[in-house]
Design a protein around this ligand. Structure first.
Ligand SMILES: [Zn+2]
Ligand SMILES: [Zn+2]
Length: 195
């Protein structure tokens, strides 16, 4: 067809219902410069119908398939593992966040913990006169947060510890959510901790 002067070739099949990728069974096609396309049954018959019903020449426009042939491969090699890794990373983050939430005390539980005012004179023998978290001495009249285990701290110091680090008393490791949710009094179990 190229030798006869054709600028392009449309090859159709009356019966074949599927698209066919054409190729040269043998030999070199490097000397073929005109484009060609295969048409299956429906498209081919439609084209034949149009040409036989029109006396004017029919313009057929061949368009190159612009999809990037490596796209699928690229998707499989790079994008899929990335999505997988992202998924693993996200589920790891969610799990560690859940673990973290289990380790800390809820704000509302901490806010319900007792508050007392510090007076040097009223201090008992075994009671601390400084905050074990920031090591600052308590000032007279200062408000202190008292945990169920009777250990006291600056509210700002211990609230931050309980709500962001651990739900345990920094000194005796009593679980303050366990102690407050079961009983506001000190339970015998916790007494053994304190002693
Ligand atoms: Zn403090
Ligand atoms: Zn304690």
């Amino acid at each position: 067809m190229q030798q006869s002067g054709a600028v392009a070739v449309v090859i159709g099949d009356w019966d074949q219902p599927h698209w066919v990728t054409m190729y040269a069974p043998a030999g070199d096609t490097a000397d073929i410069s005109i484009p060609s396309v295969f048409l299956p049954r429906t498209e081919f018959r439609a084209l034949v119908y149009l040409t036989s019903n029109n006396n004017t020449p029919l313009l057929v426009s061949l368009q190159r398939d612009e999809t990037w042939p490596w796209m699928d491969m690229l998707l499989i090699i790079f994008v899929s593992p990335s999505i997988m890794l992202l998924f693993i990373y996200l589920s790891y983050k969610i799990r560690s966040r859940q673990r973290k939430l289990q380790e800390i005390a809820p704000m509302n539980v901490v806010a319900r913990l007792a508050i007392k005012t510090f007076y040097h004179e009223k201090r008992l023998e075994n009671e601390a006169d400084s905050c074990a978290i920031c090591l600052e001495d308590y000032a007279p009249g200062e408000e202190l947060r008292v945990l169920p285990c009777n250990h006291d701290f600056h509210p700002i110091c211990v609230d931050a510890w309980l709500t962001t680090q651990k739900k345990y008393c920094p000194l005796c490791k009593v679980n303050i959510t366990f102690a407050t949710s079961h009983n506001n009094e000190i339970t015998p179990l916790i007494h053994t901790f304190v002693v």
